[in-house]
Design a protein around this ligand. Structure first.
Ligand SMILES: [Zn+2]
Length: 195
């Protein structure tokens, strides 16, 4: 409205027009009732499609966050990644296919189908890592940590992963803190062909 007033002044219009502009700026003006307008002007103004999409996406994220913060898994994931920045989550997951995104979420919630978890829900006879047992005779539990950072069956796949992440390659919190690291992790999981 300040712009309208400036234009009215600069065009040397009547005092009445300047008064109207001032009134509009102050009170929103004397708008016509919608029913008094011609049919075409009663329709809402067309909106930009990408703006609508963006608005929808933001609304969805807001709702998801509320839902997520009330879920029982929230505290578990917070322990793994205290910041759990939603932006990181969404950015990383946009770059992953659905299967990889699901596996990353399972790692976050520690519900990845490895023997430690499967045994707890009575879907595996023991917690041990079968690969390590086969090669070394040990009964090392197949935990998320074991699968990601220790299991001897995936040394080759892990080498690439470690090269990408450097000395922090065994820090799951660090890995979960940046989208590009999460993508590295997803690539490792895919390379193991374990799932
Ligand atoms: Zn193993």
């Amino acid at each position: 409205m300040a712009a309208i007033m400036a234009v009215a002044d600069s065009m040397g219009r009547s005092d009445a027009m300047v008064t109207m502009a001032k009134k509009a700026a102050k009170h929103g003006g004397n708008s016509s009732a919608r029913v008094a307008l011609p049919a075409l002007l009663r329709l809402p103004l067309p909106q930009n499609a990408s703006a609508i999409k963006q608005q929808f996406h933001e609304e969805l994220q807001k709702r998801w966050l509320v839902h997520w913060r009330n879920s029982p898994r929230y505290e578990k994931v917070r322990r793994l990644n205290p910041q759990f920045p939603p932006k990181v989550y969404f950015t990383a997951h946009d770059k992953l296919n659905r299967r990889a995104a699901n596996l990353i979420m399972q790692i976050r919630t520690q519900h990845i189908p490895l023997n430690k978890y499967l045994h707890r829900i009575k879907c595996a006879p023991s917690t041990r890592c079968e690969q390590c047992h086969e090669f070394t005779g040990t009964d090392t539990p197949k935990t998320t940590r074991h699968f990601l950072f220790e299991c001897q069956a995936y040394v080759r796949e892990r080498f690439k992963f470690a090269q990408g992440l450097g000395r922090k390659a065994k820090d799951i919190r660090y890995i979960m803190s940046k989208p590009e690291f999460i993508v590295w992790l997803a690539r490792y999981i895919t390379d193991t062909q374990r799932f």
